[in-house]
Write a protein of this length. Structure first.
Length: 399
């Protein structure tokens, strides 16, 4: 493939990773960003300011596959379209509009971990590494041929926030290097089926997925909690009277495996640090659990030792309204598989609401029984009348 200089790029982007990548791309003498298309509902002022500073057209589109948008960008005659954290699906003929078609940077080790929220899923699955892949876009979701892929180790000190920081930096590096390969004509296409015939897809995580199931092993719960350690996240659990958000946990070495009630508080370890001091000293803590939450808690939070399916787990960073004691139980709600616990929580946390709810349920049950009895009586009467009529008809026919 011949070298293309400069490489004319249409940039579909959002977020910190796209900012880091843009800085590297715009500084390269052989790269030219022809236009920037942010997410349609974007409030990303950084990208907008980049466009103003470098005099680059900034084009929002509710539907990038519409004929109107295609006509709008056709005049740029781009060599390649680049997607970095963009949230619309590319379709034909948009994909193949540029000479080199369209590529995407994905924070997952393809052909595994296609889809959404990949860093969370990698931690939940106890992976020892995660990948960043640059691939061609095709009609599937993250299924196109690979151009470049790199992997990064995951250790037990990592959580969602540490992986995200790595991805923010390294996505820019891998994308830039892939563009250099394409610009020089040295890029290879590696079909994903050459790595694995099937691979797998991860769905987007939704509200309700953050609830802890204490009927899992200590390792599984440890992974789940660290997968949600971020300012706007946090794994959730509850007692009968309050909801807790948990941000960090520790596995307890050499703890025996034994059977007891999962979710039960079986130990409390007092700590010398105030939550505010701990939050200041721990680099992995976040705004949601630093000064504001420590002030709200207004107490020194001890470490909690919680029984899991197989052993115990130490909870070190969490939020709660009032202190827990040994014997308190953290509930799993495993029958609902996570989901929205709003009704369940309010019924369990408010005796008045619970009382009114069950009165309403009692009234409903009484009405239902009354209606059912009335219907049954009418049905039996109708059947009896039909039988009588049938007998009268037979009697007349015999005469």
């Amino acid at each position: 493939m011949r070298s293309l200089a400069p490489l004319k790029i249409g940039y579909f982007a959002d977020g910190i990773w796209s900012h880091n990548a843009f800085r590297k791309i715009i500084a390269h003498k052989d790269f030219c960003v022809c236009f920037i298309t942010p997410r349609f509902d974007s409030t990303d002022e950084t990208l907008h300011n980049f466009a103003k500073t470098h005099n680059i057209p900034y084009i929002k589109a509710q539907n990038i596959n519409s004929p109107e948008f295609l006509a709008q960008i056709e005049s740029f005659e781009c060599d390649i379209f680049v997607s970095m954290s963009f949230n619309q699906i590319f379709k034909e003929p948009l994909i193949s509009t540029p000479r080199l078609h369209t590529i995407n940077c994905h924070a997952g080790k393809l052909p595994f971990y296609r889809g959404r929220n990949i860093l969370n899923w990698a931690l939940i699955n106890d992976e020892k590494e995660f990948g960043i892949s640059v691939h061609y876009v095709d009609s599937g979701i993250d299924t196109g041929d690979l151009i470049l892929q790199r992997t990064y180790p995951i250790n037990d000190k990592d959580d969602y926030s540490t992986l995200l920081r790595t991805a923010h930096t390294e996505c820019a590096e891998v994308l830039f290097d892939a563009l250099c390969l394409l610009q020089s004509g040295k890029a290879e296409r590696i079909p994903q089926r050459h790595i694995h015939e099937i691979g797998f897809y991860c769905p987007a995580r939704v509200k309700g997925d953050e609830w802890i199931n204490w009927h899992k092993t200590s390792r599984e719960i440890f992974n789940f909690i660290r997968a949600l350690n971020a300012p706007d996240l946090g794994a959730k659990t509850r007692t009968n009277t309050q909801e807790l958000r948990i941000f960090k946990a520790q596995e307890i070495k050499n703890t025996p495996h034994y059977i007891a009630t999962p979710g039960c508080v079986v130990g409390i370890e007092k700590t010398l640090q105030n939550p505010l001091e701990s939050a200041t000293q721990d680099s992995t803590m976040h705004d949601s659990i630093t000064a504001e939450s420590a002030t709200q808690n207004a107490m020194i939070l001890p470490h909690l030792i919680i029984k899991t399916l197989d052993s115990t787990l130490r909870i070190t960073h969490y939020q709660c309204a009032k202190a827990l004691k040994i014997g308190d139980r953290l509930l799993s709600d495993i029958l609902t598989g996570g989901g929205d616990k709003t009704l369940i929580f309010y019924l369990s946390s408010s005796p008045i609401i619970s009382y009114l709810f069950f009165i309403a349920m009692g009234v409903f049950y009484h009405k239902f029984i009354t209606l059912f009895s009335t219907f049954t009586s009418l049905f039996n009467t109708a059947c009896f009348n039909l039988i009588l009529r049938s007998k009268k008809c037979k009697h007349k026919s015999n005469h």
